[in-house]
Write a protein that binds this ligand. Sequence first.
Ligand code: PMP
Length: 287
Amino acid sequence: FDDRDGTIWMDGKYVPWRDAKVHVLTHAMHYGSSVFEGQRAYNGKIFKLEEHTERLFASAEKLGMTIPFTQADINDACNKLLEMSGLEDAYFRPVVWRGSEMMGVAAQKNTIHVAIACWAWPSYFEPEARLKGIRIAISDWKRPDPATAPVTAKAAGLYMICTLSKHKAESEGYDDALMYDYRGQVAEATGANIFFVKDGVIHTPTPDCFLDGITRRTVIDLAKARGYEVIERAIMPEEMEGFEQAFLTGTAAEVTPLSEIGPYSFEVGEITKNLMFDYDKLVRGEL
Ligand code: PMP
């Protein structure tokens, strides 16, 4: 992904895509001291840009990193990059990391770096598969206890179990994986939140040990606007047997219906379709 044309904003400068490099002794690479964001532009406008930038700063703070730019600087850079890219629809990846001045677990004085890239990334899952519902496996890896890691930060280190889970799921023919949490409750997929529908009511796990996604909150608002009841609560795996519909939400995944979670099957029902439709309209400023 590094060998292509384009521009990346890096520490306040616009640099050619191929030149946006870091040293091998970067603290982030050895100790996971990195946080990031993912946001999308639709029809030339970045959806919920301010919320994503706020979360980037909050994630950095949870890892003890002070970003040497203002939120307005980051928002401006994102908007400028979109303009420079000439894209109408784009995915953005802002990333913050600890630099390479000192090589040790403690590196309080290392420079905090920031970069932002944007590119065309149409659909996280294949469009056809999305309409039929995707199939996800159940991971053996558990989302950690909040006493174990800063679980509400969008921190690179927390994605180690996501990559392991997703690689295993893909090697078994699935599209993604669902992770339970340290208590054995249903948590989230490797890069998206999860929802279920039963008897016209929407159920979703309380985000007390994983990311409370910006898409998750948006979809809850859309559901309520349609008059659907949304219950945030602890969901046990056995309950999946009785749910009729299931879907994922995330910036990359948008609203993606599920047809299977391990041994459990679901239909792509009306509530899921309505929320997919509403989300597409909302992000394009058509709702
Ligand atoms: N959980 C994880 C692990 C994620 O990576 C993402 C994507 N950022 C989400 C949930 C959904 O978050 P959002 O809707 O803010 O993109």
